[in-house]
Design a protein around this ligand. Structure first.
Ligand code: PLP
Length: 285
């Protein structure tokens, strides 16, 4: 695999970053994951805008222009012959060669930028999406700035492991009785023709896929309500689903052992998945 590190394209075993990098020592960094379908980028613009925002919120310099970033994404797709898959992008604060809680001087410290591809044939035509996901609920004990897409992913990783141990696919996190989001996706329930999802705030990541899916839902005359919902309300819903750049729209068929509807993906989520994939393929760059 050819990867990109600080301006260079290199074989993955030749790519190097400092052990003093604050991304490594302190999870001081942000990331984006952009999907590739038909060798083209899905919603590149949305990811580039959110990257700028995350960097800005952490007072970190953006090491690359949007045009250059697009070029790097495209070059990695070409070099690695990706037809369907993901591109991972990470920017960390870098280091001044020592460990200190205070940020190093941004004038003299270069951020570290790394990109690599993951080939995932069958990403769009996924058997998992036809079956639907079984989820468990866990307490949300993450920090208070979940709107910033940082690389502090230990608790979400632990959540996935708790789900696996319970024989399930994923976990939804719950705070003060209300669902915040999934470990790596936004969460939705469906009642009749109405889609309910938590409103944007610092409590959840502002999903790029969420924005597109809600737009398509409204265009398809589905009702959208952005408000908090409890895990009990979710268990009593007709359907549920999640959205993310890496899994698109994923139906949820079971929550904490309670089957939703007849335990199959339902009507709305598969339809939204189809609309999303169709429309986003057309708009891909
Ligand atoms: N929420 C969390 C916590 C995530 O980690 C992610 C994606 O990684 C999402 C939501 C979905 O965001 P997006 O649609 O931009 O991939």
């Amino acid at each position: 695999r050819i990867v990109y590190v600080n301006g260079e394209y290199l074989p993955e075993d030749e790519a190097k970053v400092s052990i003093f990098d604050r991304g490594f020592l302190m999870a001081d960094g942000v990331y984006e994951v952009t999907s590739v379908l038909d060798g083209k980028l899905i919603d590149f613009e949305g990811h580039a805008i959110r990257l700028s925002r995350s960097l800005n919120e952490l007072a970190m310099r953006n090491p690359i222009s949007k045009d250059d970033l697009l070029e790097v994404h495209r070059e990695l797709v070409r070099l690695n012959e990706i037809d369907e898959g993901l591109i991972y992008l990470q920017v960390t604060r870098g280091s001044d060669g020592d460990r200190d809680f205070a940020f190093p001087d941004p004038e003299t410290t270069e951020p570290t930028i790394v990109l690599f591809t993951q080939s995932k044939p069958g990403l769009a035509d996924s058997p998992a999406a036809k079956k639907g996901a079984k989820i468990i609920s866990i307490e949300d004990i993450r920090w208070g700035r979940r709107d910033i897409k940082t690389v502090q992913l230990l608790y979400p990783s632990m959540g996935k492991m708790m789900a696996k141990k319970a024989g399930c696919d994923d976990a939804w996190m719950v705070e003060d009785g209300f669902v915040t989001e999934g470990t790596s996706n936004n969460a939705y329930i469906v009642k009749g023709n109405k889609i309910v999802t938590r409103a944007l705030s610092n409590d959840i990541l502002h999903g790029i896929t969420r924005a597109a899916v809600l737009r398509f839902a409204k265009e398809a005359q589905m009702e959208v309500e952005e408000r908090n919902f409890t895990i009990d309300e979710a268990k009593a819903a007709d359907e549920a689903f999640t959205t993310s750049a890496s899994a698109f729209v994923m139906p949820v068929v079971e929550i904490d052992g309670v089957m939703l509807g007849d335990g199959t993906p339902g009507r709305i989520a598969p339809r939204l998945r189809e609309i999303y994939l169709d429309e986003m393929r057309k708009a891909a760059v």
